[in-house]
Design a protein around this ligand. Structure first.
Ligand code: FRU
Length: 473
């Protein structure tokens, strides 16, 4: 099995943007969360990792584990590419526990020898571990050697068990009409896989995308959900403003007919910096999601410091009717080191807020709106600019999130709220907004080169209740 070359790994050269309580590399590039699971007393998170530079490169699986979902310990790299089954990279995948053994299912990425990075093929592989630290690639790899129709994009297996059988979904792009689709496979033992077929497909390149990456499958409140990251959806009004999207379909998987009956695609996180999310089921029955706290089209100034990318906080997925939402996992409260504000006050105009450490603070703010045209904002300012702002316009029924340096804002429609609850998590170079307990979520990065100041602003007197906590990480 190929091994990591420790003489080439890189380390962090400057702490200025280092997160205090989010998963990040100790040096090198990170993208998608992979292999999320609970195994032998620990939560495990893996991630797409390039240890030799702060740029995307041949993908490894980085690895951390935690007893409580919020304090993470770095472990040795779990998967190193370069073996025959994954010559060009160990791409995204998922994990499952069977008979006391942890199995990883991942995509092997392969280039043809023509020097063209866009000319590749993909297969699916298994690796396993009994201690949750050391992984062995299965000798019978690949377990799925090629797609039925030889389409090029064929990746990111998400595995689960249903009624004594194992299933996995793959993200794919059909060869004939260039549309995103989800392929289903089934197996009795995780090693021998049988192709079932495509269970759903994009309605059009611009409406739902030409390629669906990173499918996730789970069941919540009696409904099946396929979440995925479609590429190519065209921006439409205040929707689909990122280069690639992340969202979900709620429906029912008919296992007999192999069809996923579902409602329309919806975005899940409306922020500038969210992609390739994956979730897993905790032992106490919660579906917990992490996202890549960035995306391929966003600038990452931390690259100058020897690292790139982070994962979002763990978020609990909740179903409200047919709408999926996210709230911070309850364990996130373990990161608090003390309450620094606890007050009820009137905000009228622009009020600065004094906290011990404005770049490591959790905010819990409830605004009672009194008029139909109320406007309210939370903002973080740097020396002479607004770095991040979250604005509620009651008349428009809309939240707008602004990120310094971005050409366009991001939006979510939430309606006319008499009470607005904002939970906001500020870390050194990120802010997560959770609006009205799952109604809308925004993931945002920011890069401050000096002190920052939190503000609350309103267009007329509004009563608010506010708690703020120092986040120790
Ligand atoms: C999504 C993605 C996946 C792929 C991985 C490669 O961000 O493109 O489809 O497996 O990243 O790093």
């Amino acid at each position: 099995m190929n091994e990591i070359d420790h003489s080439r790994t890189i380390t962090v050269t400057n702490d200025r943007y280092r997160e205090h309580y989010h998963i990040q590399t100790d040096g090198g590039w990170l993208n998608d969360p992979n292999g999320l699971c609970f195994f032998k007393g620990y939560y495990h998170a893996f991630y797409q990792f390039h240890p030799y530079s702060a740029e995307w490169g041949p993908m490894h699986w980085g690895h951390v584990r935690s007893k409580d979902l919020v304090h993470w310990e770095s472990l040795p790299v779990a998967l190193v590419p370069g073996d025959p089954e994954d010559s060009g990279g160990c791409f995204s995948g998922s994990a499952i526990v069977k008979d006391g053994r942890l199995y990883l299912l991942y995509t092997g990425h392969h280039y043809y020898d023509d020097g063209d990075q866009d000319h590749f093929w993909e297969n699916q592989n298994v690796a396993y571990s009994d201690d949750g630290i050391h992984f062995t690639k299965y000798a019978g790899n690949p377990v799925i050697s090629a797609p039925e129709d030889n389409s090029q994009d064929f990746r990111d297996p998400k595995v689960w068990e249903y009624d004594g059988t194992y299933y996995l979904v793959l993200g794919s792009r059909s060869k004939d009409d260039n549309l995103g689709r989800i392929l289903l496979y089934q197996s009795a033992d995780l090693l021998d896989w049988k192709y079932v077929g495509p269970i759903t497909k994009s309605t059009g390149q611009e409406s739902e995308g030409y390629m669906w990456e990173c499918p996730d499958f789970f069941r919540l409140n009696g409904k099946d959900v396929i979440a995925c990251s479609p590429m190519g959806i065209k921006a439409c009004g205040h929707h689909y403003l990122n280069l690639n999207q992340n969202g979900y379909f709620v429906g029912q998987l008919d296992y007999q007919q192999a069809i996923f009956h579902h409602l329309n695609f919806n975005e899940l996180d409306y922020g500038h910096n969210f992609y390739a999310a994956q979730s897993f089921l905790t032992p106490d029955g919660r579906q917990i999601q992490f996202g890549w706290f960035s995306s391929f089209d966003q600038a990452m100034p931390e690259q100058a410091d020897g690292w790139a990318g982070a994962l979002t906080l763990p978020r609990e997925l909740i179903m409200n009717g047919d709408q999926l939402g996210t709230i911070p996992a309850k364990e996130v409260s373990l990161l608090r080191s003390g309450r620094v504000i606890h007050s009820a006050r009137i905000i009228d105009g622009d009020q600065q807020l004094a906290v011990t450490d404005p770049q490591h603070t959790e905010w819990d703010i409830t605004v009672t709106t009194t008029g139909d045209d109320d406007q309210f904002s939370w903002a973080l300012t740097g020396s002479d600019e607004q770095l991040i702002a979250c604005h509620y316009d009651k008349a428009a029924g809309e939240i707008t999130v602004h990120q310094h340096g971005q050409a366009t804002d991001r939006y979510a429609t939430i309606g006319h709220c008499d009470q607005l609850r904002l939970r906001i998590f500020v870390d050194t170079s990120s802010v997560e907004f959770f609006i009205n307990d799952g109604q809308a979520t925004f993931s945002e990065r920011y890069y401050a080169n000096g002190p920052v100041t939190p503000h609350l602003l309103s267009n007329h007197a509004l009563p608010i209740a506010i708690d703020a906590y120092n986040m120790k990480g």
